[in-house]
Ligand binder design. Structure first.
Ligand SMILES: [Zn+2]
Length: 75
């Protein structure tokens, strides 16, 4: 009887671990994707001409974002 209970408990435990691990994996994946899209699509405003550009294309000068080298030189 005790062995049966032990087996039952370990099966429940294994199922719990399995689902918990899967949930964690999905959450980590979700978090990664969110971070990725956030990094890819962050829009910043040019400090000179107020044009919106992605932070990848932006030129950072003195802590401010600029859309082009021309704008960065103007300030
Ligand atoms: Zn500009």
């Amino acid at each position: 009887m005790l062995v049966k209970i032990l087996i039952f408990v370990s099966v429940i435990f294994l199922i719990y671990i399995f689902f918990f691990k899967n949930k964690r994996k999905v959450e980590i994946q979700k978090h990664k994707e969110e971070k990725k899209t956030l990094e890819g699509d962050t829009m910043v405003e040019c400090a000179q001409c107020a044009t919106f550009i992605t932070d990848k294309d932006a030129i950072i000068k003195d802590g401010q974002f600029f859309c082009s080298k021309e704008c960065a030189r103007l300030l």
